[in-house]
Unconditional design. Structure first.
Ligand code: SF4
Length: 259
């Protein structure tokens, strides 16, 4: 008879895979295409901490308008860089961090502002190098490594974390940071980088568009058949509830999904 911990892990893995397969159909399978260049992904994610997407983009654009390029940003007086990125939440913290990140990239490459060497490094080494930099946590490092270099890692943000906990394949006390290794242990043996990319994007959208923080839109949700939260709040799913559940995201009725 398997030990209880092994049974729990197998059940969690089965739920995580079911979540992946259903959302893959619901939102549509995506090719693993990077949304922006590696340098932009890295620096923008630093700027995005507790900042709206619009303010992050504004800060990024103003920074490059003011200083021209990465050597210009690195050599800028720090108070001018703080001013350029002032739409972010903590510009006085982020400005010296960005310059330190650029300094380390320059030192690693012998002068270039380019992260492509990470493509050839083993995943663990690339992750350790990125997360050693100031302001770069597991989520930022995972986004760069998965989106830009197709390393098999899994970024976990607040949306992915919430959906995983409500459905029930992540324990209620597991932090967002810890969830990176817990979910990767569940899914890494079963999904390649493309699968992990889709899992991240779909669960991110799901948290943003359906499984809201305050009032999740459970009637619209295709995960209700095995979701712990649904069962706790609505009881066992009925055939009528399942029959009324949409099978795909309706962009015409509900809006276009974000990038
Ligand atoms: S059924 Fe409700 S709580 Fe569960 S994943 Fe869907 S929207 Fe979230």
């Amino acid at each position: 008879m398997p030990a209880p911990a092994a049974t729990y892990a197998a059940e969690a893995a089965a739920k995580a895979l079911a979540d992946h397969e259903i959302l893959d159909q619901f939102y549509g399978h995506l090719p693993p295409v990077a949304r922006r260049t590696p340098m932009r992904e890295l620096v923008s994610t630093v700027l995005s901490h507790r900042t709206t997407h619009a303010d992050e983009e504004l800060a990024y654009d103003r920074m490059l308008e003011a200083f021209g390029d990465w050597p210009g940003v690195l050599g800028a007086p720090v108070d001018e860089l703080i001013h350029a990125i002032r739409t972010t939440r903590w510009p006085a913290t982020q400005a010296p961090r960005i310059q330190e990140i650029l300094r380390r990239i320059q030192a690693e490459t012998g002068g270039k502002f380019d992260l492509d060497f990470l493509a050839d490094w083993p995943t663990d080494r690339a992750m350790a190098w990125l997360t050693d930099m100031p302001g770069i946590g597991l989520k930022t490092a995972s986004l760069v490594l998965l989106f830009n270099y197709h390393h098999p890692v899994l970024p976990v943000d607040a949306h992915v974390h919430r959906v995983a906990q409500r459905v029930g394949f992540l324990g209620p006390k597991v932090s967002v940071e810890k969830a990176h290794s817990v979910l990767l242990a569940l899914l890494g043996p079963r999904l390649d980088a493309e699968g992990l990319f889709n899992f991240h994007k779909h669960n991110y959208w799901h948290g943003q568009q359906i499984c809201f923080f305050l009032k999740p839109n459970c009637p619209r949700c295709p995960l209700k058949g095995f979701c712990n939260y649904y069962q706790e709040h609505y009881g066992d799913v009925t055939p009528d509830a399942l029959a009324a559940t949409p099978t795909a995201w309706d962009a015409a009725a509900w809006g276009k999904l974000p990038h």
